[in-house]
Design a protein around this ligand. Structure first.
Ligand code: NAD
Length: 498
């Protein structure tokens, strides 16, 4: 039986519970529509929050447009914006416990997992504050007739849209870069996870961000589409499914709005024939189904040499079979529930398809028998998987991993690349340079050797249908900038210095 020790009334501010943040103020939604939040660990509703209508979306966009066109933010120096970002980061740091608890309440992330990854938000704001204070927003190059000044202008009003699974960390990549660049933003929080972005708004307010620079509404897909379609929005930064990413890309193409897309994945872990079993399992297993597999970079296809297939299947299945599934609020729980009934139905559907298509279940395989409430599924491993099977091709977004056998290294690389996705990957070997050589052959945006790492100063993003553009690092800042070149003649009179 799971608990639910999260009382919204005592843990969250009244503004966060019932209002949107627009133009520097907490405003009542114009809509009457509300949505119920359901605790994944119990299946019971625990809050009801407002959803935006098109009028709320329009107000948020108007505020961001005015702040961009006439407000101080885009005109400040990088150093001035950095100071504000640092104050926001400090305000966020003081709310880490609340933000972690929100994550567990909204989507059932186990507390150890939420505690570990919530600090990503301050790390990203701190990183972009540092970058903003040193970045060359302007440079001069000589030309035949004089010089050109290249100005890295903020791209304008931006719509930031992130999914329910890891709302705060994903948002912080976008927000840090957008604000560092001098953009103004409208955050559209998803109906499943409304609180994270509204707490960020509290922090922006506390940090003294000028009115209209950051606006937060909670809205469904239809109102999200209304936001994306608005001509006052210059750029959309979207993280979510590949299907929605394609819809958004088409809408943006209509008016050439800039767009960055972080989409789905079906990442492969290649275990080379010289990889030692136990260190490989220790480094790989946590990334195969982190947060019940509801993370885009989960290593959901494990490729093992045919000669070691049985050894690996037995050992990996034993590790997964021993994971403690349970109440996400219990610090000893390793795997919590899925986020929603929709997720549960989806994952059980894929398990059934895997079975029908002839893959062999070595552990798990259904709804968790220990829980009669909540959205618990057994961590599941399929062996004997071939790359034409649905479970090897489609993103399941649940604790379901496929093991595929390969004959030689070329076959392993071909299997890894035999997917429409290209987000992440890992290679395991006792020879790091051999692993590196293999990593370079994987058509994916991020590949790690003997583990999995992500760092604020390193670009993250996908090849192929895993996305377009990059977040993180200077590449992530560039995604919120437009290069403007201004040519000046050499011998014209000047009264002021550049
Ligand atoms: P989703 O595409 O259904 O929704 C994502 C967000 O888009 C939500 O806020 C939703 O309200 C909004 N939305 C939906 N339709 C829209 C439209 N037409 N216009 C504007 N907004 C719209 O995805 P999801 O189910 O919430 O999230 C899971 C997916 O996200 C998985 O595919 C996962 O791989 C992907 N993801 C990718 C990354 C990455 O960095 N590449 C990170 C996390 C999750």
């Amino acid at each position: 039986m799971s608990t639910f020790p999260f009382d919204t009334q005592s843990e969250l501010n009244g503004n966060v519970l019932s209002r949107f943040y627009i133009d520097g103020q907490w405003v009542l939604p114009s809509a009457r529509e509300t949505v119920k939040l359901v605790a994944p660990s119990t299946g019971h509703a625990f809050a009801r929050v407002p959803l935006a209508d098109t009028g709320d979306v329009d107000k948020a966009v108007d505020a961001a447009r005015t702040a961009f066109d006439t407000g101080p933010w885009p005109r400040m120096s990088g150093v001035e914006r950095a100071a504000c970002l640092r104050r926001m980061s400090t305000a966020l740091a003081s709310r880490m416990r609340t933000l972690s608890r929100i994550w567990t309440a909204e989507v059932g992330a186990p507390v150890w997992f939420a505690d570990m990854f919530v600090p990503t938000a301050t790390a990203m704001l701190d990183y972009y504050a540092e970058l903003a204070s040193t970045f060359a927003f302007q440079e001069t190059r000589p030309t035949r007739a004089g010089e050109a000044r290249i100005i890295r202008q903020p791209v304008g009003v931006t719509a930031l849209i992130a999914p329910w699974n890891a709302q705060l960390p994903i948002l912080s990549y976008k927000l840090g870069a957008a604000l560092a660049a001098g953009c103004t933003v409208v955050i559209k929080a998803p109906p499943e996870t409304p609180f994270d972005a509204l707490v960020v708004a509290e922090c922006a307010h506390e940090a003294g961000l000028p009115p209209g620079v950051l606006n937060v509404i909670t809205a469904d897909a239809e109102r999200g589409a209304h936001l994306v379609a608005k001509r006052e929005v210059d750029k959309v930064s979207f993280t979510g499914s590949t299907a929605t990413g394609k819809v958004i890309a088409k809408m943006c193409a209509d008016r050439m709005a800039r767009v960055t897309l972080e989409l789905g994945g079906k990442s492969a872990a290649i275990v080379l024939d010289d990889a030692e079993l136990n260190p490989t399992l220790a480094a790989l297993a946590p990334f195969t189904m982190p947060f019940s597999g509801q993370i885009c970079f989960a290593q959901t296809r494990i490729l093992v040499p045919r000669s070691r297939e049985q050894e690996f299947v037995d050992a990996y299945s034993a590790v997964i079979g021993c994971l403690k599934v349970g109440d996400p609020w219990d610090v000893t729980t390793q795997i919590g529930p899925l986020a929603s009934q929709r997720q549960l139905d989806r994952v059980l559907g894929y398990i059934e398809t895997g079975r029908k298509e002839g893959a062999r279940i070595t552990t798990g395989g259904g709804r968790h028998p220990q829980f009669d409430a909540g959205f618990f599924v057994e961590p599941t491993v399929f062996a004997g998987v071939t790359s034409d099977m649905t479970i090897a091709r489609e993103e399941i977004f649940g604790p379901v991993v496929s093991i595929l056998a390969y004959d030689d290294i070329d076959h392993a690389v071909a299997l890894a690349n035999n997917t429409d996705f290209g987000l992440s990957g890992t290679v395991f070997s006792s020879d790091v340079e051999r692993a590196y050589a293999t990593a370079r052959r994987i058509r994916a945006g991020n590949v790690s050797v003997n583990g999995l790492e992500m760092a604020p100063n390193v670009p993250f993003g996908g090849f192929k249908q895993s996305g377009l553009g990059r977040e993180g690092g200077p590449e992530g800042l560039n995604a919120f900038l437009e290069d403007q070149a201004i040519y000046l003649p050499a011998n014209a009179p000047r009264r002021t210095q550049a």
